[in-house]
Design a protein around this ligand. Structure first.
Ligand SMILES: [Zn+2]
Length: 41
């Protein structure tokens, strides 16, 4: 069961910041499309 969840997250495409194009590491903030740098500006 747990392995299926891991595979699910692996299959997700990388989120890209819409402002600078950097890959977003924070998966918890699903509602934002910007990275920490841009969202804090
Ligand atoms: Zn950014």
């Amino acid at each position: 069961m747990l392995e299926n969840i891991v595979e699910f997250f692996k299959s997700l495409p990388d989120k890209i910041c819409v402002k600078c194009g950097e890959k977003i590491e924070e998966q918890s903030e699903c509602y934002t499309n910007t990275c920490d740098k841009c969202s804090s500006l």
